[in-house]
Design a protein around this ligand. Structure first.
Ligand code: NAD
Ligand code: ZN
Length: 352
């Protein structure tokens, strides 16, 4: 375990599937860049997946790479030409930095930028470090009322809000959220804030209990192993006791996607945020005969300012999601906790 100094340590993983702390140099910010002292960073499932499996789809760990992209911090130094920020400012760090000039970027669909630098996706090191250099344009000021922990949680919230916006969710919609992991739970919070009547599913009763504490009015559906998607769908419909017109799918698991599809009323939509197996089947004729739409989300664009506004104005309280905290020196213990399903953790954060 490293001593607590102001050394620029970081949590990394390697192609050999080892996780360890490294010490990085501390460079001066280049023109347009800001140095942030990272104060809070959450573990994402992808950090654990890269470290343990060495790849996610086409993104392969072929060199040592740093964890973390859910971060907020304090500005320590600014590079030449930076006028919007000064030392002491508190910021959320938007970890995907697009090129800004390609067609997608110019159309505002910058999550599709082919040249995006997404910190913590190999080969780009992550933000689970002490000092991180970031382009000023991709930092978002946090109001005094928001903690660094809340600022870091704007990342998963941005995923949920991007999906929600594109799903067209409306006040009074009956919405089933599939999966009560961190993404399902922020989606639940956002759906509730948007005036939807939410249900949530999971295989784990403790995750459903957590959802119930977060949003007391939510109806929960426990999925039992061995239940067919049609059986699950019937249960969802029964618990809802009104037409279910939208599913926010947050597992990426085929059987859950099928259950969501079968639970929809005619003309409903299954909006898939979860990611899963490369090739999956769909109940084609059921979708066709019931005009059920399928839609997808890849990361997010233009969501950080909206997410910050929702948290700062008290519409969404993300604080209860942080169940475990570790100091940066103990980031390896944080990793173990985040990687261990038996830990009961929802969101593990590293705070410095
Ligand atoms: P997580 O693994 O913590 O949560 C998934 C939850 O789904 C778990 O609680 C699990 O018990 C539950 N589950 C599994 N199978 C189920 C089933 N058949 N029915 C109901 N519940 C089931 O993951 P997370 O961090 O919450 O992320 C959720 C998904 O979103 C993951 O697939 C992740 O990769 C994906 N994701 C996508 C984006 C994107 O840009 N589209 C961004 C972030 C995360
Ligand atoms: Zn671009």
């Amino acid at each position: 375990k490293p001593e607590h100094t102001d050394a620029n340590i970081a949590l990394c993983y390697s192609p050999e599937k080892k996780v360890y702390m490294v010490q990085k140099p501390r460079f001066d910010p280049a023109p347009g860049q800001v140095e942030c002292h990272v104060k809070a960073t959450g573990f994402c499932g992808s950090d654990v997946h890269f470290a343990q499996h060495g790849a996610i789809g086409p993104m392969v760990v072929d060199d040592i790479c740093g964890c973390g992209h859910e971060s907020a911090g304090e500005v320590t130094r600014v590079g030449e030409g930076v006028t919007d920020f000064q030392p002491g400012d508190r910021v959320a760090i938007e970890a995907g930095v697009p090129c800004g000039v390609c067609d997608y970027c110019k159309r505002g669909r910058y999550n599709a930028c082919p040249d995006v630098v997404f910190f913590s996706t190999p080969p780009h090191h992550g933000t689970m470090t002490r000092y991180h250099l970031h382009p000023a344009a991709w930092l978002h000021k946090l109001p005094e009322s928001m903690s660094f922990e809340e600022g870091a949680l704007c990342e998963p919230l941005a995923v949920a809000m991007a999906g929600m916006q594109r799903s067209g969710m409306r006040l009074g919609d009956c919405v089933v959220v599939c999966g009560a992991g961190p993404i399902g739970l922020v989606t639940l919070l956002a759906a509730r804030a948007a005036g939807a009547i939410p249900l949530i599913t999971d295989l784990s009763s403790s995750r459903l209990d957590f959802a119930k504490k977060l949003v007391p009015s939510v109806k929960t559906v426990l999925i039992e192993k061995g239940q067919s998607p049609k059986e699950v769908a019937e249960k969802i419909q029964k618990v809802a006791s009104m037409p279910v017109t939208l599913a926010m799918e947050c597992t990426g698991v085929e059987s859950s996607i099928h259950a969501a599809i079968f639970s929809m009323a005619f003309g409903g939509k299954v909006f898939i945020i979860g990611v899963g197996k490369d090739i999956q089947t769909i109940p084609f004729m059921h979708l066709s005969a019931n005009e059920i739409d399928l839609q997808w989300q890849f990361r997010y664009a233009n969501q950080y300012p909206r997410a910050i506004r929702c948290v700062a104005n008290g519409m969404i309280d993300v604080k209860p999601l942080v169940t475990h905290r570790f100091c940066l020196e103990d980031a390896m213990d944080g990793f173990e906790t985040a990687a261990n399903p038996a830990s009961g953790a929802i969101k593990v954060q590293i705070v410095d």
